[in-house]
Design a protein around this ligand. Sequence first.
Ligand code: F6R
Length: 252
Amino acid sequence: MEIVIAGDAQQAARTVAERIAAVARSSPHPVLGVATGSSPQGAYRELAAQVGAGLLDLSRASAFALDEYVGLPADHEQSYTATIRRTVTEPLHLDPARVHVPDGRAADLVAACERYERMIRDAGGVDVQVLGIGENGHIGFNEPSSGLGSRTRVTTLTESTRRANARFFDDLDEVPAHAVTQGLGTIGEARQVVLVALGARKAEAVAGMVDGPVSARCPASVLQLHPRCTVVLDEDAASRLADVDHHRQVQR
Ligand code: F6R
């Protein structure tokens, strides 16, 4: 794992955006893996600024979202379909026909999950996957105890994740209990992974991911096995790493 400790959230956003832009510039048809949530929003804003200034063209890029709530209408403003449109597709000037989000409303969710896996494969796989991390170590909606080789499937959200996400809804009762998520095995097939974590609330999960055993207790720890994974942190999120000084030295 490459650990980048950024001075603040803006520097972290710039670092993540640089990695995505480098991949996008190196391929005529880049395939991006995109996350929702607050962590990558700064990076999306950086990329949008580059696109707006004519420094980056993402019109030929495809994108695959990590996850979607089960049962929310697609036009619900907290559905990940609507969130990705608002925060990624429109500001980055992606072609909406090439942006995909798992279908959380399909009558046959199992078939929809298999279809999503096929779509990623048919696109040639994900070139760079952007990730956040939950306070319990989840990536996508792969909660603790998720299989390390799991594929796209329906999962049950933990109460702690529902509570963390309640900030986006009027009421905790409105947060869906289930989601469709790319599995840990699916995410691990991305050629490059860039995970961003900000703030002290993520420090314990980050330490589990980087220093802990590879274990379903901390699903993000599976990234220790990934050949090309960069973890971008601010000082607070890095504060519980076992050897911060070593990471700074490597960075220098
Ligand atoms: C979002 C996702 C989640 C979030 C995680 C962190 O698509 O899959 O794993 O990345 O819950 O959320 P934030 O960034 O809001 O702290």
